[in-house]
Write a protein of this length. Structure first.
Length: 104
């Protein structure tokens, strides 16, 4: 006797991961660095996240995430952007050139 078992397909599409969360448009990101910092914190909060939670998940210190809000820290910038569903260059255009972090 054999059983017919249907395999469930598991989709690993990142866009689905963010589908129930508010969509961010590039135009909605504030241009002022001060406003942008608060906006990023708010966007994380409405997703049930914080800089401390991202730090815990990634193994990078909370202080590094806090500093990334003020100065370039590509690893933290990438994780923040990933959880918001955007590119780091969209959040910090002054820190990136052609999608890559600026040096110096």
């Amino acid at each position: 006797m054999t059983r017919n078992v249907k395999k469930m397909e598991v989709k690993n599409d990142k866009s689905e991961h963010f589908s129930s969360e508010p969509r961010i448009t590039i135009e909605s990101i504030p241009s002022s660095p001060n406003d942008r910092r608060e906006w990023i914190k708010y966007q994380l909060k409405i997703r049930g996240l914080s800089l401390a939670k991202l730090a815990s998940k990634s193994g990078i210190s909370r202080q590094c995430y806090s500093q990334a809000m003020y100065r370039s820290y590509p690893a933290c910038e990438y994780n923040i952007a990933l959880h918001l569903g955007v590119k780091p260059a969209d959040l910090w255009p002054e820190r990136y050139s052609n999608g890559l972090p600026k040096k110096g």
